[in-house]
Structures are given as structure tokens and as C-alpha cells.
Design a protein. Structure first.
Length: 434
């Protein structure tokens, strides 16, 4: 059967989808019996050179033509303005939607999914998380028999590239970022990636799926890598850890923790070995245990692959005539997000190399029931930090698991101790150990 597919937004991903649909049309038909026919492709500007030459007869600048001529509308414009209006209009006109728009779904997904559900229409969003990694399908279908306890992983290729260069080659954050831009791994303005928002949008969407409910995106804790110091990457490595920008969602009874921040992982952890622009996502279910998916989390081709997977799912619905209700298999439930995480911590203080310093810091930690797991003090600070001439040494304290609120209060007090110079560094550590 023929399914008419219209696309709006022919940029990086849109062009990849057009190329895939035209080049692999026969492959898809042979495997599925479905013929995906591109009806129209809309973009504001066709004068720009694209990686693939979109046939003239498919091009339009009028998105309404796409709505008129398709069973399924693929939204690849991005952002929350026009993209939202387009999706709403498509659903009102009875069209199924496929989108890669993590920003929109993380912040306003609830209304969009409800609107689709009321109309028995599908909103496919595999491409919104993990690029070519089929994580949405895995959580929704393959792991459906499990209570999901946690979902966490490396969801942003740009930051993973930067941290990999810092860890493996001792390159500074600024230089690694410059390299990432030169290689096309980072946008001219990489703030969405570097400041953790891209990862936060993705972990929010994964949490909706994994835990079957919604929460306001504003409750997600987001800390990017902009302020990561090479000294901490190196000290962490000496302690057996790799620094990653980890996106974490965990369920404790009826409360969720959803957070993104630089995180030390034991170097033997499978996620610690995920390097360069690659992404990986770990899902923990009560029956399946841990499952990890790994692959390219962005780029025209991997993302196009995910879009086409949704197109086939939607097409099967259209052909069978079944409404899409159960394809969004969560209840309309609201979660409250906790900010009192329970984690191990790495702390670094710049202190004078003299007796009594450690005692005064550990006294404050004890007051907040935070127990020290190990301490590292570097004598050769100059070599490590490039800070010749300063009479301070970095003192690193690793804690056992502690509550975030206690840790923040303790840190505030420690920062005001006369022996502590400058601002302390706090990095969370994810590992099984207590
Ligand atoms: N790039 C990736 O690797 C990747 C991976 C996963 C998910 N995504 C998501 O996929 C979506 C698209 O990303 P992208 O990287 O392909 O972005 P992009 O290259 O900027 O493409 C967006 C396209 O939409 C066009 N557009 C903007 N407003 C329009 C309008 N009113 N009508 C018609 N066309 C319009 C843009 O034209 P102008 O350039 O002229 O504004 C551009 O050609 C985003 O939601 C993104 O988050 C991207």
C-alpha cells in the first residue's frame, strides 16, 4: 500500500530523510510491503545548497500543500514556535505526525500527545532522542513488561567529544570545543549542548516514556560542562574515573529524579568507555536488568533512519485502521521531581598545604552526616594545574553516598572557612558502591 509522506523543514535531517526515502524506497517496500511516497517537501528557502538534491517537483515553500497532500506530516523545522503550530494544525486536519523535535516535546509534549490521543492519531518521535539509536521503541515495546527503575546515559555527542578530548589528550575545554566546531560536531553557538539543555530535553522525553507520566520540564536539574576544569578531569582519572555529561532519570517510589550534570563514572563502567561523538543509553528494568544501547546520536543519516522507522509504524496503523491510542502507553499521570538526589560526591578545594585543613573540612561534613570515602592531596600542584608560584594545593575528597541538600549546605559552610581559597568544585559520582 502507498502512504503519502509530506515533510516540512528540509535542513540537515530533512534532507537526510528525503535522500533515504528516495534511495531506499525499494528496500523499505520489500521489507514491509509499504510504499512510502514523498508527496511534498516544504522549506522557506530553496536557494541554499543541500547535501542531497531534492527533486524540483517535490519542493514547495508552502507548508499547507504538505498538509493537504499527505497521510503523515514529518516536522523537521525544530524549535517551539512554528513547529508547534504546524503539529497542532496537522493533528486538527487528521494527519499523523512524525517529529525529531526534542525541545518542543520535552517542554510541551503533554498537550501534543493528548491532542493526538484524543483524535486516535500517532505522534512518532523516535528521532528526538539518541539519533539513530532505537531507544524509544526499546522502552515502549521491547521492555514493556518491566517496571523501569532508571534510565541514564550519554545523550549529547558534542559534549562527549569535548570531554573525550580532555580526558584522553589533556586538551582544554576551549580547544576541544574549537576542534568540535571545525569537525562539524558543534554548532557555531553550542550553548544548547554545552550547557546541558539538549541532554535535558532528551532525558525528559525518555522519563515520560519510561515512567509513564509527565512533569514540568522546569523541574529538571541541568548543569552543563562549560565550567569543567581540566584539573578535575585529570584528578578524577588518577582516582579511576572518567568524566561524562550524564543524563539521569531514576524512580524512587512515586518521586522521580531527573538531572543532567558532569558525572564521574568508574573507568570500567560501560558508559565510561563511550567516547567521541557516540551516545549510549542504559535502561534498568526489574526483570530484564540492565540493557545498554549504543550508536550515533545525531547527524542527518542516523536521525533519518529513526524518522523512517516511525513512518513505517504509523503506516502500519493507517493500513490496519487501528487508532494510535496504545502506541502512547502512558497514563495521564503527573510526577513531582525531587532535587534531593542521593549520590556519591567528588569535591575539590584549593587549600594551603598546612596541618589542620582537612580536620576543619571533615568536621563540617560530619555535621551534615556526610562520610568521607577517600582523600587525595596533590603536592605537585604546579605540574597538574599549571599554577606555578601559588602556595595552594588541591585537596580532593570523595564521599560515600549522601543527600544533595546536605551536601549543598555543607559546601556553603566549607566555602566560608578561612582555609578554603576560591570556589570549591563539586562533581557527582555514579557508582554502585555505597
Ligand atoms: N541535526 C541533528 O543531528 C538532529 C538530531 C536529532 C534531532 N534533530 C532535530 O531535528 C530537527 C531539525 O534539525 P536540523 O538539524 O535538520 O535543523 P536545520 O538544519 O536547521 O533544519 C531546519 C530547516 O527548517 C527550515 N525552516 C525554518 N522555518 C521554516 C518554516 N517556517 N517553514 C519551512 N521551513 C522552515 C529551515 O530553514 P532556514 O535554515 O532557512 O531557517 C531549515 O532548512 C530539530 O528539531 C532538531 O532538534 C536534529
Amino acid at each position: 500500500m502507498k502512504i503519502k509522506v509530506g515533510l516540512v523543514g528540509c535542513g540537515v535531517v530533512g534532507t537526510g530523510v528525503v535522500e533515504l526515502l528516495l534511495k531506499n524506497k525499494e528496500v523499505i517496500r520489500k521489507k514491509t510491503g509499504i510504499e512510502l511516497v514523498l508527496s511534498k517537501v516544504a522549506d522557506k528557502d530553496w536557494s541554499r545548497q543541500r547535501a542531497f538534491d531534492v527533486p524540483q517537483e517535490l519542493r514547495t515553500v508552502n507548508y499547507e500543500e504538505v498538509l493537504e497532500e499527505s497521510h503523515v506530516v514529518v516536522e523537521l523545522v525544530g524549535g517551539k514556535g512554528f513547529a508547534k503550530e504546524l503539529i497542532e494544525e496537522a493533528l486538527k486536519k487528521g494527519k499523523h505526525v512524525v517529529t525529531a523535535n526534542k525541545h518542543l516535546l520535552a517542554e510541551e509534549g503533554r498537550a501534543i500527545f493528548q491532542s493526538a490521543q484524543e483524535r486516535g492519531l500517532c505522534v512518532g518521535f523516535e528521532a528526538s532522542v539518541g539519533g539513530g539509536i532505537p531507544i524509544i521503541k526499546a522502552v515502549r515495546e521491547s521492555l514493556v513488561g518491566n517496571n523501569i527503575r532508571a534510565v541514564y546515559g550519554i545523550l549529547n555527542g558534542t559534549t562527549n567529544y569535548v570531554l573525550t578530548r580532555m580526558l584522553e589528550e589533556g586538551v582544554s575545554l576551549q580547544d576541544a570545543l574549537k576542534e568540535a566546531k571545525e569537525k562539524g560536531y558543534a554548532e557555531a553557538d553550542p550553548s544548547l549542548d554545552i550547557d546541558g539543555w539538549d541532554s535535558a530535553h532528551k532525558i525528559a522525553i525518555l522519563s515520560f516514556m519510561a515512567f509513564g507520566g509527565f512533569f514540568p520540564f522546569s523541574g529538571v536539574y541541568v548543569e552543563g560542562i562549560r565550567h569543567v576544569d581540566l584539573l578535575d578531569v585529570e584528578l578524577g582519572r588518577e582516582l579511576g574515573y572518567a568524566l561524562k555529561l550524564l543524563s539521569i532519570a531514576k524512580k524512587r517510589e512515586e518521586e522521580l529524579e531527573v538531572r543532567v550534570h558532569p558525572t564521574f563514572l568508574p573507568e570500567e563502567d560501560p558508559l565510561a568507555k563511550v567516547s567521541d561523538v557516540f551516545n549510549a543509553i542504559m535502561v534498568e528494568g526489574d526483570f530484564v536488568g540492565k540493557v545498554m544501547l549504543y550508536g550515533r546520536g545525531a547527524g542527518a543519516y542516523p536521525t533519518a533512519s529513526a524518522v523512517v522507522s516511525d513512518l513505517i509504524d504509523v503506516s502500519r496503523r493507517i493500513i490496519s485502521g487501528t487508532p494510535c491510542k496504545e502506541s502512547i502507553n502512558w497514563e495521564d499521570k503527573s510526577y513531582s521531581l525531587s532535587d534531593n538526589f542521593y549520590s556519591r560526591y567528588y569535591m575539590r578545594f584549593d587549600v594551603p598545604d598546612k596541618p589542620g585543613v582537612l580536620a576543619s573540612i571533615s568536621r563540617v561534613l560530619a555535621d551534615y552526616h556526610i562520610s568521607i570515602a577517600s582523600v587525595l592531596q596533590k603536592e605537585k600542584v604546579c605540574k597538574l594545574a599549571g599554577r606555578e608560584g601559588e602556595h595552594v594545593v588541591p585537596l580532593v575528597i570523595l564521599t560515600h553516598k549522601a543527600y544533595e541538600r546536605n551536601m549543598r549546605k555543607a559546601l556553603e559552610e566549607i566555602q566560608n572557612l578561612p582555609v578554603v581559597i576560591g570556589s570549591p568544585v563539586l562533581i557527582r559520582v555514579e557508582e554502585e558502591a555505597e
